[in-house]
Design a binder for this molecule. Structure first.
Ligand code: AMP
Ligand code: MN
Ligand code: MN
Length: 370
């Protein structure tokens, strides 16, 4: 790192400690914290990341020549977008950046291949075994990092950037705000505080995170701060129509056939609607696992159901279960009991049992929750 960059980061860290105030860059949001304009929304400051924690994060980053970034396995737009956006900002500070996620089959899901910055990505096998400084994104626990879990344990410092209420407190420093609509909100704050500004690449990555986790500003997680952040991002000249098309409005033909198979066996069982997709369904059309992400959004529209679930068999034969609630049931707590996690209305878990056994356990817990 060049001396002037180190000076800038150190000045900001000192200013944060001295004033307890915000130390954002010139393009920062109107008020600090991932919760954004707390004054305008009346949202309490509780849950915000304390200024002293931000200052410590800047200190750790300032002292590192190389920063190793990781996000959760089977990355979604929030995980990958937050990581790559932060990678751009760190690179412009002169840091060496390596970024990865711990999937056995290391490949960026097709729907996220439009994201810039993929040259920063390295397969998990080439990730530093014991990084000096590691930053994780959108992962509530070290387990969610898959193959990179061991690297977390060996790293000297680990900054956790996340918004899951179930965040387990792993790592040596947590930039965690469960009220943030997306990890991308915390990443945006970090970028400003590092003295970075929004360019089109950073904005594209952050926007992908924001729209993914708010379901295009439809989910209950959508706050005024989410819309304010979107305005800042869109002002860089983003083609939001093209991003939406990449994320949700295209798929290979085989997707329609796999959907047809999944919907043919959909079940409405009391207030629960659910279905499953096997490896065999996908193999017939060469459809990658990551293409299944949107199926839950069609299943969950069922008027008669409060809770929706889709079991997706991954390439290893494990069932990745996506669950959604309309609000009355906390599926995040329910999935946590099954070894997974997530949010109140969107959560998931992994099962190595059969479809029938998996659903029997889920139904039993659901019965207790209602
Ligand atoms: P998905 O259904 O994959 O879109 O995931 C919805 C939410 O549940 C996300 O916030 C994930 O972080 C969380 N989630 C999904 N699968 C798991 C899992 N196996 N373990 C922990 N959290 C999960
Ligand atoms: Mn995620
Ligand atoms: Mn997220």
């Amino acid at each position: 790192m060049t001396p002037d960059v180190r000076d800038r980061v150190e000045r900001q860290a000192r200013a944060a400690r001295a004033t307890g105030g915000t130390t954002r860059g010139t393009m920062g949001p109107p008020s600090g914290g991932a919760g954004g304009a707390a004054d305008a929304t009346g949202e309490p400051a509780a849950g915000r990341v304390p200024e002293s924690t931000w200052a410590r994060a800047l200190e750790l980053i300032s002292g590192a020549d190389e920063v190793a970034l990781a996000c959760h396995v089977s990355p979604d737009g929030d995980a990958l977008g937050s990581m790559l956006a932060t990678g751009f900002a760190l690179r412009s500070l002169g840091k060496r950046v390596v970024a990865s996620f711990g999937d056995r089959h290391f490949a960026v899901p097709r729907l996220l291949r439009f994201l810039p910055g993929q040259e920063m990505l390295t397969p998990p096998g080439d990730f530093p075994a014991a990084p000096e400084l590691m930053i994780t994104f959108d992962s509530a626990s070290a387990d969610r990092l898959g193959l990179l879990r061991a690297n977390v344990h060996a790293a000297r410092e680990v900054i956790v950037v996340d918004h899951h209420p179930s965040s387990s407190g792993f790592g040596t420093l947590g930039l965690v705000d469960p009220r943030a609509s997306a990890t991308a909100m915390l990443a945006e704050q970090l970028i400003y505080r590092l003295g970075g500004t929004l360019d089109r690449d950073i904005a594209t990555c952050l926007y992908a995170g924001l729209v993914t986790d708010t379901g295009s500003f439809r989910h209950s997680s959508t706050t005024p701060a989410a819309h304010q952040m979107a305005a800042r991002l869109v002002a860089t000249g983003l083609r939001t129509d093209e991003i939406a098309r990449e994320l949700w409005d295209r798929s290979p033909f085989g997707y329609l056939k796999v959907l047809a198979a999944a919907f043919d066996r959909v079940v409405l069982d009391g207030g629960l609607v659910w279905t499953y997709v096997t490896r065999v369904d996908r193999a017939a059309y060469g459809l990658p696992y990551a293409e299944l992400e949107g199926i839950i959004d069609i299943v969950r529209r069922t008027d008669e159901a409060e809770v929706a679930a889709v079991l997706k068999e991954d390439d290893e034969g494990a069932w990745q279960v996506s669950t959604r609630s309309k609000g009355a049931v906390d599926v995040g707590a329910l999935c946590a009991e099954l070894g997974g996690g997530g949010h109140r209305s969107a959560a998931g878990f992994t099962s190595h049992d059969s479809v029938e056994e998996t659903m029997a356990r889920f139904r039993e817990l659901l019965g207790k929750a209602r």
